[in-house]
Design a binder for this molecule. Structure first.
Ligand code: URA
Length: 442
């Protein structure tokens, strides 16, 4: 269908286009983004447009146009002075997902430059920046020039998404979060891919989470999201590879900032939980192939496993932490990480098998203990969270410890315990362990 030539629609008319099921032209979407970033389109007008887009959808072309306009709504980072293919990874968000903490030093130790920008946690999912900041001294604010210099020098840097990069996404996401418009495939795609394009990645590995703790609750929706992410990324000249992984229980055992750093360090030593180790090898091997460092995924896995067993990955973690002002001794002495003065063990009430975790409920329990924030201004307790002692499919007896809860505020333990118990189900008959990978590629 030919695009209409109506570049000078008013904000109200732009909202009407989507309200009335029409398709936007590239010029209209760029205008919506520009007017919103400049403040000429008010928050309530953008909220109305977002709801119209949520309900009536954006087609493939509109999604590409919106993503492109958002990617160019602020500064873009030029990583071309860093030699090699710059591969980024991104997860659509989950509970206990600390893969970036493992993968950044792991793939860097295999020769792939990692120049990554990450976000903070909001709601039941944690944020990489909050986890990194639980390492004493670790700094996540850095100017683009210093960021690039660090990647050139030691091969890895993970910093806070600058407010000058993709300002459209920052403003739009804040509104989506409070207007029930987050779980829309075109809006998620434009949000994720615009940040990756603006951040300078040549290629991207995307981990699309599926299950109770994810935005996509069903495999069908996850496949649609994965396909849209690949199509939009490729339309904007980026190689995109997707993997769909389970979020019907937390990834690994630890949920909460310093607790997750500790588990990431264990994994870099080869002593972490199996599902986390497997997921890091899966995503990491795809990163190595995209970066043309490995011939194929089997070769990639072998290189990653060797980097862990030889200690090279952990040594890269030490250098990375030191370069960003953190105390590298945490790699060898995790007791230097913040630790909670108050703990409580939550036990199974009956014999049986762990049948299910409501991953979102587990994330909310960690939040109640102090590990997360309900609003962007809440202060996080870096030591708070929980560690699971049993995962889905594990046999337990009445009185066995299901999880240990941690908090710096004793008063929060009860609320965390009640929420946690509401999120776990024990069945009297044997339950199969959960599949980690639901699919690869779209
Ligand atoms: N992650 C993002 O960065 N954006 C979304 O819209 C959803 C998940």
């Amino acid at each position: 269908m030919a695009e209409r030539e109506m570049p000078e629609l008013t904000v109200e008319e732009l909202i009407e286009v989507k309200r009335d099921w029409n398709k936007h032209s590239a010029a209209e979407l760029k205008r919506i983004v520009d007017l919103f970033v400049s403040g000429e389109m008010a928050d309530y007008q953008m909220a109305a447009w977002l709801m119209a887009a949520y309900i009536n959808g954006l087609d493939e072309r509109e999604t590409v146009y919106l993503t492109d306009a958002m990617a160019h709504s602020g500064l873009t980072i030029d990583l071309s002075s860093i030699p090699g293919v710059k591969v980024d990874k991104h997860s659509t968000g989950g509970v206990g997902d600390k893969t970036t903490l493992v993968l950044a030093p792991l793939v860097a130790s295999c020769g792939v430059p990692v120049a990554k920008m990450s976000g903070r946690g909001l709601g039941h999912t944690g944020g990489t920046l909050d986890k990194l900041e639980s390492i004493p001294g670790f700094r996540v604010e850095m100017e683009p020039a210093a960021f690039i210099a660090q990647v050139r020098e030691i091969g890895v840097a993970v910093i806070a998404q600058s407010p000058r990069i993709c300002p459209a996404d920052k403003k739009m996401y804040a509104l989506r979060d409070v207007t029930a418009t987050v779980p829309s495939i075109p809006l998620i795609v434009s949000s994720i891919i615009s940040k990756k394009v603006a951040g300078g990645a040549d290629a991207i590995v995307l981990d699309v989470k599926v299950g109770s703790g994810a935005f996509m609750k069903t495999e069908r929706d996850a496949i649609l999201l994965a396909r849209a992410l690949e199509d939009t990324g490729r339309a904007l000249g980026r190689e995109v590879v997707t993997v769909m992984t389970d979020m019907d229980q937390p990834l690994g055992c630890a949920v909460g900032n310093a607790l997750e750093v500790r588990e990431a360090i264990d994994t870099l030593r080869g002593e972490g939980p199996t599902d986390l180790y497997e997921e890091c090898l899966l995503l990491g091997s795809k990163m190595l192939v995209l970066a043309q460092v490995a011939d194929d995924e089997a070769d990639g896995r072998a290189r990653l496993a060797e980097a862990i067993s030889s200690g090279r990955a952990l040594e890269c973690f030490r250098r990375w932490v030191a370069a960003q002002g953190g105390d590298p001794r945490v790699a060898d002495d995790p007791s230097l990480l913040p630790s909670a003065p108050f703990t409580r063990e939550v036990t199974a009430g009956s014999d049986g098998w762990v049948a299910q975790y409501d991953a979102e409920g587990v994330g909310r329990a960690a939040m109640l203990l102090g590990a997360g924030r309900a609003t962007l201004t809440d202060v996080i307790d870096p030591a708070a969270g929980l560690v699971l002692h049993a995962k889905v499919g594990d046999k337990v007896s009445a009185g066995d410890v299901l999880a240990t809860l941690y908090s710096s505020d004793e008063g929060k333990l009860l609320a965390g315990q009640v929420r946690f118990l509401g999120a776990v189900g024990i069945a009297p008959m044997e339950v199969a362990k959960r599949r980690l990978v639901h699919g690869e590629g779209a």
